[in-house]
Design a protein around this ligand. Structure first.
Ligand code: GUN
Ligand code: ZN
Length: 430
């Protein structure tokens, strides 16, 4: 049976970093979305769609906003329990909090517990899709794919590969990284809405041999994405220089091993050199901006002008990031752009959290927009979810002004409903 959702409908017609944001994005204030069998069939003014589809079950969300579901393009789901761990910068933070936490994932029951917890937490925050790192343990990949498959979510995940500079119980080898990644890829890639992503953690924790082995795997499966970290902190970049004295720069440590291409995703990418920017642009690679993480771990200020020329997604970087909420993440992206003298329109922020991330993940033909043929992943938001937001909205004269207080001050209290793959998601009891 078709469903007809009524509310304010937000959709994109173009990239708001290329076109005037007011032309690129549209809010239909009395809109409707018709969905059936997991897909969006039509969208438009409610006065048109309602009489055309009298058989549809109507869900009237009143003044609430119907948005494409949020897409978190870079997370570490195993770090869910260590979110908001105090007082460290990147390398100390990894050694003190992250590695001991990730070591727990050799236990498949623990891995499945955290995977289920992560999916429930993110759906409660309106995030319908994500692209996640795991741990070195194949069980951690099985766990997150199982949890997402149960919820019919479109997600990306891959075994995090590390063969040096981590505790012994978190090390694999070039061969086991290749073999385990390949077996997991063959098991999960393109099953339902699941995709495997080849995942060397970052150059400091992989030998050139391991990077090479994963570059070979990517050549065998070129339709897969590849994700890693690039130029997050200055100390990290100095370490990479010591570890790879022959490399021209950080990107070159990947490029030299076949880990640069159109389907590559580079998390953070803050302190890039002109050569790196030129190569990333030539290759058509994606950058993933993680603003709450970049502030929380003290990494630096991403240059948002790169979004004009490079595929750019937005991400929480859980648990380096300090929130599961893509609303909080949009607010942090706005703040960081302001600190760089760059001003982002709410339509640009919303695009980054939906279609921008989808585009970075090469899935913008499937998710990230409300248009006929797209998969029906939708997040419904109350734009007056707290007294503080409600009073700020009173002065709004345009739909974007009415949305912006939710961007800056909203959280999971703003999420009224979530539809995943055409069905309303009901949170399972914890
Ligand atoms: N660089 C390598 N691993 C990580 C990680 O887990 N989190 C963050 N923020 N940066 C990283
Ligand atoms: Zn990360």
């Amino acid at each position: 049976m078709p469903h007809l959702l009524l509310g304010q409908v937000l959709s994109f017609h173009a990239n708001p970093f290329h076109t005037d944001p007011l032309q690129a994005a549209h809010i239909e204030t009395h809109g409707a979305v018709l969905i059936d069998q997991g897909r969006i069939l039509a969208t438009g003014p409610a006065v048109q769609l309602r009489p055309q589809h009298p058989q549809a079950t109507v869900h009237d969300y009143g003044q609430a906003l119907i948005s494409p579901g949020f897409i978190d393009a870079h997370v570490h789901y195993p770090q869910t329990p260590i979110i908001a761990s105090w007082g460290k910068r990147l390398i100390d933070w990894l050694n003190t909090y992250t590695f001991p936490q990730e070591a727990r994932f050799h236990d498949p029951n623990y891995a499945l517990d955290i995977a289920n917890r992560y999916c429930d937490l993110t759906l409660a925050h309106g995030t319908t899709s994500f692209c996640t790192y795991t741990t070195i343990h194949p069980t951690s990949v099985d766990a997150i794919f199982t949890a997402a498959q149960t919820r019919r979510q479109r997600i990306w995940a891959g075994k995090t590969c590390m063969d040096r500079n981590a505790p012994d119980n978190l090390l694999d080898t070039p061969k086991s990284a290749y073999d385990d990644s390949k077996a997991l890829l063959q098991k999960w890639h393109a099953q339902d809405r699941l995709s495997y992503v080849i995942t060397p953690r970052f150059s400091p924790t992989s030998t050139p041999e391991q990077l090479h082995a994963l570059g070979s795997l990517w050549r065998e499966y070129p339709d897969c994405l590849m994700q890693t970290h690039l130029s997050e902190q200055l100390d990290e970049i100095a370490w990479v220089k010591d570890l790879f004295p022959q490399s021209r720069d950080y990107l070159d440590t990947y490029e030299a091993q076949g880990l640069l291409g159109e389907r590559a995703l580079y998390g953070h990418s803050i302190h890039l050199t002109p050569r790196e920017i030129a190569r990333l642009t030539e290759a058509g690679a994606s950058l993933i901006h993680c603003p709450t993480s970049n502030a929380f771990i003290g990494s630096g200020l991403f240059d948002m002008t790169l979004a004009k020329t490079l595929r750019t997604g937005l991400a929480t970087d859980t648990g380096g990031g300090s929130s599961f909420s893509m609303l909080r993440t949009m607010a942090a992206a706005y703040d960081i752009a302001q600190l760089r003298g760059q001003s982002l329109h709410p339509a640009q922020l919303w695009w980054l959290a939906t279609q921008g991330s989808a585009r970075a993940l090469h899935a913008d033909h499937q998710i990230g927009n409300i248009a006929p043929g797209m998969e029906a992943d939708l997040t419904i938001l109350d734009l007056a979810s707290t007294p503080a937001i409600a009073q700020a909205v009173e002065r709004a004269e345009t739909p974007w002004q009415a949305l912006f207080p939710t961007v800056m001050m909203g959280d999971d209290r703003a999420i009224r409903a979530v539809w995943v793959g055409g069905e309303e998601h009901r949170q399972t009891a914890p």
